[in-house]
Design a protein around this ligand. Structure first.
Ligand SMILES: Nc1ncnc2c1ncn2[C@@H]1O[C@H](COP(=O)(O)OP(=O)(O)OP(=O)(O)O)[C@@H](O)[C@H]1O
Ligand SMILES: [Mg+2]
Length: 227
């Protein structure tokens, strides 16, 4: 369902060029649980942004469900993203002065869904991540693990087929991190495709395939036989 062909990404900072991704071929099937790992600065976030249609490759082609998305204009790309992809980030990226419920319903406001349905769906999503008892808490009234659960609820509110996460456990202790990964595993079992960037071995352990990136290139792949 996702196919990257010889993807390259070069950033320009003044006169300096940074070749963050230098030619990556990758295929991820519908329903897979894949981890992307590698040293700091190796290009993991850059690759994730491209796979998630948050950014475009400088060169190469990206297909999502057989449609080439690398050359779409901003609006068309945003539409693909909203329909198909949910994001979870290391820093949670929640609105600080809004309740958990409001943070989760936000994508539905953008999608033009009416209030009653929004509230109903946001409550269901929060229930799914085990936060029915925290609907009206603001982020600073939640633990790190709970904040990330709110972010996961927000990511799944539109029921996207693909979920992308960049170091989702990076700000959590291992117990809270484990909880998030178990949540991902549940989403995987329900049929979502999961792509998780992580440094942490215990996280990678849950995935079916581990992709190692080094210096902007695919270094090796491991198939996880444990899952
Ligand atoms: N917006 C940008 N402009 C210029 N250079 C960038 C930009 N974003 C990333 N880079 C550079 O591209 C390279 C890859 O960065 P990237 O963020 O993809 O690494 P990463 O593997 O996610 O690292 P980390 O594990 O530290 O998050 C780095 O050398 C970085 O300095
Ligand atoms: Mg990164």
């Amino acid at each position: 369902m996702i196919q990257a062909i010889d993807i390259k990404k070069t950033y320009k900072v003044g006169k300096v060029k940074v070749e963050a991704i230098r030619g990556v071929d990758l295929r991820i099937e519908k329903g897979e649980f894949v981890c992307i790992t590698g040293p700091s600065g190796s290009g993991k976030s850059t690759l994730m942004h491209i796979l998630g249609c948050l950014d475009r490759p400088t060169l190469g082609k990206l297909f999502l469900d057989k449609k080439e998305v690398g050359k779409l204009n901003d609006n068309a790309l945003a539409e693909v993203r909203n329909k198909k992809i949910g994001f979870v980030f290391q820093q949670f990226n929640l609105l600080p002065r809004s309740t958990a419920l409001h943070n989760v319903e936000l994508p539905l406001i953008y999608a033009g869904v009416r209030m009653r349905e929004r509230i109903q769906r946001a409550k269901l999503a929060l229930e799914k991540v085990g936060l029915s008892h925290r609907l009206y808490h603001q982020p600073n009234e939640l633990s790190g693990g709970e904040r990330q659960r709110v972010a996961v609820a927000r990511a799944i509110i539109n029921n996207p087929p693909i979920i992308l996460a960049d170091e989702p456990t990076g700000n959590l202790d291992s117990k809270a991190g484990q909880g998030i990964i178990e949540l991902f595993q549940k989403l995987h079992e329900e049929g979502h495709t999961l792509i998780v960037v992580t440094h942490e071995r215990y996280v990678a352990k849950y995935s079916e395939r581990i992709i190692h990136i080094r210096d902007g290139l695919l270094e090796k792949e491991e198939i996880n036989h444990l899952t």
